[in-house]
Ligand binder design. Structure first.
Ligand code: BGC
Length: 718
């Protein structure tokens, strides 16, 4: 086989350099300057081997790829084709909504199709691997990277992970790319929601909540795994043998490529876990990490470690072989340029078809958080005052925009014009800065509001207030935005708020003030069209949040699938003070909006709840079912949710756990039966002895519109 043959022909130095990942930039100049300047100078790599590295990162542009690869192959002695890897997070050139939004669609096919679209665009630019899906479970909205995640539920994250992996990889054809699930593991557990911060949790919590989404990606055939910056049980993931070798490879059977995060090997020194780069290289190799992204520990020290007998050539060979096998599968040995195509890229990327799919994605991701009946607006509306810092900007397509361009993003103003023409008038009202105190634009906006029939306020965050390194200690709307809203309400009560944010915000006050709130997240390239379509009912909201919205930051972490306590506060007492229960003096326990919550313009009636039996043997399955009827005025989609509670366990069990969901579409008056099959596997958990088993006993069953639904039946596992 080709990979093995190539390995056999490589010298030890060539093998070691094959484990290094450099930026594509390095190879865009041929005069050597890029190799020794900038971040590369810190690497101190041997110039002789710089053209022998195995993989490159960060690439957008077909011509850029062709230039870089041509230079690379000209400079290389061995000429083993490098592959290009890139952050394809929520689209490549055409952006779809941030992943927290896509998850809110509760639509696996949509997640799949969006990833497939991104893969096609990326492959035409010469990208072969997407550093996605990011499946870190999240419970703290301060963390900027919640936008990349599917939220707080292990099952939902796993389903979205699998759908995304399959969308990227397909049958590994021309327009497919390999997926790289990240950040293994538990990066989302960063204390205080501060990026790169300490993660500390029990093995039980790790296995029960945080690991399943990565495993779901592995089970779906993901080709690569990226380890995280953080520690798990005191050891940085990059050098965490237990996590990578024992669990990922031996327990889950993953035999693909493991890559570090950006310079994360070297950061083990900053963590205080390694003396020097040599120790970093040793621990990473022991953990079976294959590719070192943007730090030089392997390149500078693996040889020494081999000479000292600390690691073996076999370990290095195994790592190189895994990379070569991936390359073989990608077909780059037959054709180093793979699917890159300048003309086709120009034609396909951000073309009408991709815009249409991205728009569907944005429409189905949006969540209607509140509606007193003002929405949808009639297209015959006389005039709309479109106000707010997010109304007339392309900077709402979301952080991690990769190849997405602000000037290709449809603003909300443009979206409204596309539907009601010049009956929309615009005033900015205030700026978007989180610390802005500038009220000078409010008067103009209020004047406009007083002259129009309806006001739509585009509030929220700037797109770069979430994403990597963008964390917030305050997740409320800025005071100036509230002032704007209050002043507008004084002159016009017909107000709709379109919220743009990369995270759940603490918006209790907004919920009190605004007649309607539509959470658009950060909706991608077709932002404005999607927003306008939803507001004028060209599309019907069907998204449901996958991360709890707290009333106030002080409730964080707040998530639906929490363990029970010995002194629970009864739900009916939520707003009362009941001392000596698990509760607050000054705040209910319930969130502002719970997991799974989202409204529609129509109404769905749930009836005929059934469970096929009240006892289940281990080799049997049960069926839970419900009839759902559209009793409202619009054809629309609904995410039907299925939860189970394990009533008694050898260790405490969550209040309830999502075990299934189905996104259905119903015409006006139409009814459908939705079924969920209960299997023994669904009931398994890490018990007292840390065995993954289902224990005999009682289980309660819930089907409903959101995570507040009540149990309607129970069964016994015997
Ligand atoms: C991020 C990763 C990303 C990598 C490469 C890191 O800073 O944590 O998610 O894939 O950079 O761009």
């Amino acid at each position: 086989m080709k990979a093995q043959e190539i390995l056999n022909g490589m010298t030890l130095d060539e093998k070691i350099y094959h484990l290094v990942q450099m930026t594509t930039m390095t190879y865009l100049k041929t005069d050597g300057t890029n190799i020794v300047t900038g971040p590369n100078s810190r690497m101190q790599l041997d110039k002789e081997y710089i053209y022998e590295v195995g993989t490159l990162l960060n690439l957008v542009g077909a011509q850029t790829m062709i230039d870089a690869l041509t230079n690379f192959l000209n400079g290389s002695k061995k000429k083993v084709t490098p592959v290009f890897m890139q952050d394809v997070i929520h689209g490549h050139r055409t952006l779809y909504p941030i992943n927290l939004g896509v998850a809110a669609s509760f639509n696996r096919e949509l997640a799949h199709d969006l990833a497939a679209m991104a893969a096609k665009e990326a492959s035409l630019d010469g990208v072969s691997v997407a550093f996605a899906p990011m499946v870190d479970l999240v419970r703290d909205p301060r963390w900027g990277r919640v936008m990349e995640s599917s939220g707080e539920d292990p099952y939902l994250n796993g389903e979205m992970a699998a759908a995304t992996v399959k969308g990227f990889q397909g049958d590994m054809g021309k327009y497919n790319i390999a997926a790289c699930v990240k950040h293994y593991a538990a990066y989302g557990g960063a204390e205080a929601g501060r990026d790169y911060n300490t993660v500390d949790m029990s093995e039980r919590t790790l296995r029960q909540y945080y690991l399943p989404p990565y495993k779901a990606a592995v089970d779906a055939g993901v080709k690569m795994v990226m380890t995280a910056f953080n520690i798990v049980d005191g050891v940085p993931c990059s050098g965490n043998k237990w996590l990578v070798k024992d669990i990922l490879r031996d327990e889950w059977g993953f035999d693909g490529v493991v890559i570090s995060d950006y310079s994360a090997f070297e950061e083990m020194i900053d963590h205080g876990n390694c003396q020097d780069r040599k120790e970093c290289a040793y621990l990473a190799m022991e953990a079976t990490e294959d590719i070192e992204m943007m730090s030089p520990c392997y390149a500078l020290y693996l040889k020494e470690l081999i000479n000292e007998g600390k690691i073996t050539i076999k370990q290095v060979d195994d790592a190189v072989l895994r990379i070569l096998k991936l390359k073989e599968e990608l077909g780059v040995f037959e054709n180093p340029y793979r699917s890159v195509n300048v003309e086709e890229a120009a034609r396909v990327q951000v073309g009408p078809e991709h815009r249409a799919l991205a728009r569907c994605g944005a429409e189905e991701s949006a969540v209607l958080l509140k509606n007193n009946g003002i929405l949808p607006l009639s297209k015959d509306v006389k005039s709309v005052a479109l106000i707010g810092p997010n109304a007339n900007t392309g900077e709402i397509h979301g952080s991690w925009h990769c190849g997405g361009k602000i000037d290709e993003t449809i603003t909300v103003l443009e979206g409204f014009k596309n539907i009601i023409g010049d009956r929309v008038k615009y005033a900015k009202g205030c700026d978007i800065l989180y610390n802005s105190t500038d009220e000078s634009m409010i008067d103009e906006a209020v004047k406009l509001a007083s002259e129009c029939e309806v006001c739509v306020l585009c509030l929220g965050e700037h797109q770069e207030y979430s994403g990597e390194g963008n964390c917030r200690a305050n997740i409320e709307l800025p005071e100036v935005q509230y002032k704007l809203l209050e002043k507008v309400l004084e002159v016009n009560k017909n107000v709709v708020v379109a919220l743009f944010a990369g995270r759940p915000l603490a918006i209790s006050k907004l919920d009190e003030l605004a007649p309607a709130i539509l959470d658009m997240w950060m909706p991608g390239t077709e932002a404005g069209n999607a927003c306008a379509n939803l507001i004028f009912a060209n599309a019907i909201p069907s998204g449901k949040i996958t991360m709890t919205f707290p009333r106030e930051l002080g409730q964080v972490p707040i998530y639906y699938n929490a363990y029970r306590t010995g002194r629970p506060k009864l739900e009916e007492d939520d707003f009362n003070r009941v001392r000596f229960t698990s509760s607050y003096l000054d705040m209910p326990n319930s969130p502002l909006y719970p997991f799974g919550y989202g409204l529609s313009y129509t109404d769905f009636e749930y009836s005929d709840f059934k469970l096929s039996a009240s006892k289940m043997k281990r080799d049997e399955t049960l069926v839970a079912s419900v009839k759902v009827k559209n009793v409202g005025k619009y054809k629309a989609k609904e995410a039907v949710q299925f939860y189970i509670r394990d009533v008694v366990g050898s260790v405490v069990r969550p209040m309830k756990e999502l075990k299934g969901f189905e996104k259905i579409e119903l015409d006006i008056g139409e009814e459908k039966t939705v079924e969920f099959t209960i299997t023994e596997d669904m009931l398994k958990f890490w018990n007292k002895d840390m065995d993954f088993v289902a224990e005999n006993g009682k289980f309660e069953v819930f089907i409903g519109k959101d995570s507040r639904c009540k149990p309607y039946a129970s069964f016994e596992l015997v």
